[in-house]
Design a protein around this ligand. Structure first.
Ligand code: SAH
Length: 241
């Protein structure tokens, strides 16, 4: 999977994506990225990428013309990649609190679709108040939110997004598909409680059933725990609701 990331802070990448299983996958070329500095496409001598809002109000907006120059360049340079892979130029995503809220199901669908059909995926990291609306319309951009809160820039959102995608690719997470299929949101709810050695710690013992070696009973216990915790904390996740 390849990501073309448009940002005014290219030095923020790979950031957290350079560590752990996702970082190892980056080194192993299971995924790759190019961080493109939007400021390189500014049209004035100051490298301005933003300007005041039409209609007034606090905060600046990223300019349509500058962002479009960066996008056109990203599209142009991905052409040979697209041709050599016989896959299509992939979706363009803008991270925004106004977008569709990202979840595990969307991540799975996106990764399946992307790996089958697309040579890349272009990500736009907003700053200031956001980007000029006309770019979103002109390039048919998909808006994605990482949750109902506001952060200061799209770079962190892009890293959350990429991490959630990359861990679903083959040979990234230890234990492979079994590991990623047994996690919260994949099992129809939240994960059961986890325990490891020591079996007794500060007077707290690991539930007996987990030490029993009875796989059937262990599975049943985990299922009950998962159902209970999901009912308490996230009733909205329970199927059929
Ligand atoms: N004025 C905007 C918030 C701008 S925050 C509003 O009220 O909706 C600056 C940038 O951070 C945004 O352009 C976006 O790229 C990013 N960002 C902030 N919160 C986000 C979220 N929940 N999900 C995805 N991106 C977000």
């Amino acid at each position: 999977m390849h990501f073309d990331i448009l940002t005014i802070f290219p030095e923020m990448f790979p950031g957290t994506l350079g560590g752990g299983v996702v970082g190892r996958a980056l080194n192993n070329k299971i995924w790759s990225y190019d961080a493109i500095n939007i400021r390189d496409f500014a049209t004035d001598n100051y490298g301005s990428v933003d300007d005041a809002q039409f209609g007034g109000g606090a905060g600046m907006v990223m300019r349509a013309d500058v962002l479009a120059n960066a996008l056109d360049s990203a599209i142009e340079s991905s052409k040979c990649k697209v041709q050599s892979s016989n896959k299509k130029f992939g979706p363009i995503i803008y991270f925004s609190p106004r977008g569709k809220v990202w979840n595990q199901k969307m991540a799975r669908e996106f990764v399946n679709n992307c790996t089958l059909n697309f040579a890349n995926c272009t990500l736009i990291c907003g700053r200031y108040e956001g980007i000029d609306q006309r770019v979103i319309e002109e390039y048919d951009i998909m808006e994605i939110s990482i949750g109902d809160y506001v952060i200061s820039g799209g770079e962190l959102a892009a890293q959350v997004f990429i991490d959630s995608c990359v861990r679903l690719l083959d040979n990234v997470v230890h234990g492979g598909n079994e590991s990623t299929a047994n996690e919260s949101f994949e099992i129809g709810g939240l994960e059961w409680p986890l325990y490891t050695r020591p079996s007794s710690w500060r007077g707290r013992n690991v539930p007996e059933v987990l030490m029993s070696g009875h796989h059937g009973q262990i599975d049943a216990w985990r299922k009950t725990q998962s159902d209970e915790i999901t009912k308490q904390r996230r009733p909205d996740l329970i199927q059929g609701k």
